[in-house]
Design a protein around this ligand. Structure first.
Ligand SMILES: NC(=O)C1=CN([C@@H]2O[C@H](COP(=O)(O)OP(=O)(O)OC[C@H]3O[C@@H](n4cnc5c(N)ncnc54)[C@H](O)[C@@H]3O)[C@@H](O)[C@H]2O)C=CC1
Ligand SMILES: N[C@@H](CC=O)C(=O)O
Ligand code: NA
Length: 434
């Protein structure tokens, strides 16, 4: 093969249009880096009349025909969603084409089958853009850290929710007000459900856990809570104990299996949590993303940068494009994604967590003892307790030690029923406290 590497681009929205522009603007450098020119030979779109900047002879509405064309060497999929993206990727593999995708929803739902199809065809499936946009993260996990044992991956992987929580902390705004601001600035989608309710972060967590622990993890294995219930009180209570509230994607290798068998399991969860301001993730503000990794030999690592937006995401897509192009010219596929460990998923109920609980109580003899009794009844140890105010307007703020999440949530339910407790005003999990 001596001619250019011919690329089919599927989708030309926020990311696709930036990919197309960067391929054109950087064509000389890409050719020098790859050793062959890159030429986009087709762009699949839904509405050709919506793309006046794309040469009309490149546009097609028949994505399926485009991916299997003989004059296509590589496919870039940036349409998103499950179908028709899945069918298009499988058709591309079957036709012997490597694929670069940014599609976290698809990879989190069906990553194992897609990797198997790519491996069977001897081609590549790369998707650096799917998690934390521009940040080089998946290839470091797949390649640079392939000789180490990862224990924990904790990330702020959704820019929209991080922007909202950052504004709540900076301005004291409530969730609704901060969401309106994020929408006005174009961070949140018209329908922000996937971001706000944690679906986007859960897909990313599944991908991270699969790569980190060499185990198939899908979005349905991920416990998920979004940020719509986070209140200004939660944010100010966090500040009082030297913490900030972040939506975290937490992937952990935990000793013991859910069925009581020996061996480790994998606990993957997305939820808002308080983290101390000294934690490496606490200073990640606005729409930025960051991922913190703990590995046995490497120790602690931190990856930081822009997790969204056309150009940052296109940067990751182009990095993958260069990698798969080089592999193709070398006549080889890149390193396979392994899932040999097959660790079982640990349900949230059995995952060790810590809670911060804030209660309105009457400051009367015996109330603190009764509250402490409920914690003890559920086998939960208290790490710290503080009382603010007195008389009828007292507040008790407790932070637990680590306990199974089910024991902690049962404790909170029991506290809500206690006559001495007027109200449970804030409940959030806590991460990273010593
Ligand atoms: N926008 C961002 O900041 C990031 C996006 N991603 C991922 O990148 C992918 C693309 O996202 P965006 O560009 O933001 O979405 P978008 O909605 O702006 O663009 C998607 C485009 O694909 C087109 N499309 C949909 N179905 C099609 C079909 N059957 N045939 C041809 N075209 C079709 C749509 O008309 C649209 O123009 C998604 O998987 C998304 O999750 C990943 C990281 C960041
Ligand atoms: N909606 C996502 C965009 C990238 O994945 C976010 O807000 O981070
Ligand atoms: Na990335």
């Amino acid at each position: 093969m001596t001619g250019p590497l011919r690329v089919a681009l599927l989708g030309c929205g926020t990311v696709g249009s930036a990919v197309l522009r960067l391929i054109s603007e950087q064509s000389e450098d890409l050719a020098a880096r790859i050793g062959r020119r890159v030429e986009v030979v087709g762009v699949a779109v839904r509405r050709p009349d919506h793309h006046p900047d794309v040469p009309a002879d490149l546009l097609t509405t028949d994505a399926e025909a485009l991916v299997t064309r003989d004059d296509v060497d590589l496919v870039v999929e940036v349409i998103g969603g499950i179908e028709p993206a899945r069918t298009l990727l499988l058709a591309a593999f079957e036709a012997g084409k490597s694929v670069v995708s940014a599609n976290k929803a698809l990879l989190a739902e069906d990553g194992v089958a897609l990797h198997a199809a790519a491996a069977k065809a001897g081609v590549d499936l790369y998707y650096e853009a799917a998690v934390a946009g521009a940040i080089p993260l998946l290839r470091p996990l797949r390649e640079s850290l392939a000789g180490d044992q990862l224990r924990k991956v904790v990330g702020i992987v959704n820019g929209t929710t991080n922007y909202i929580l950052s504004r709540m902390a900076e301005t004291g705004a409530g969730f609704t007000e901060a969401l309106a601001e994020a929408t006005e600035l174009g961070y949140a989608e018209a329908d922000p459900t996937a971001d706000v309710d944690g679906f986007d972060a859960a897909s990313k967590a599944a991908i991270l856990a699969s790569l980190a622990f060499h185990t198939p993890v899908s979005a349905s294995d991920v416990y998920r809570e979004g940020i719509s219930a986070v209140t200004a009180t939660d944010v100010s209570r966090a500040a009082e104990i030297g913490c900030v509230v972040k939506l975290l994607a937490i992937c952990e290798r935990v000793a013991g299996s859910p069925d009581g068998a020996d061996g480790d399991s994998v606990a993957v969860r997305v939820h808002p949590a308080m983290i101390p301001t000294s934690h490496p993730l606490a200073g990640v503000n606005g729409a930025f993303n960051a991922v913190y990794v703990e590995a046995e030999a490497a120790g602690q690592l931190m990856f930081y940068g822009q997790g969204a937006g056309g150009e940052p995401t296109a940067s990751a897509v182009l990095g993958d494009l260069v990698a798969v192009a080089r592999n193709r010219l070398a006549g080889a596929a890149g390193p396979a994604v392994t899932s040999y460990a097959g660790l079982p998923a640990r349900p949230i109920a059995e995952t060790p967590t810590r809670y911060h609980v804030s209660l309105d109580v009457a400051d009367k003899p015996g109330v603190l003892a009764a509250v402490a009794h409920e914690f003890a009844e559920h086998g939960v140890s208290i790490a710290t307790v503080r009382q603010d105010g007195h008389g009828d307007a007292a507040t008790l703020v407790l932070v637990s030690h680590s306990a199974p999440d089910a024991a902690l949530s049962a404790t909170v339910e029991a506290l809500q029923e206690m006559p001495a407790v007027r109200g449970v005003t804030s409940v959030l999990r806590v991460e990273g406290l010593t």
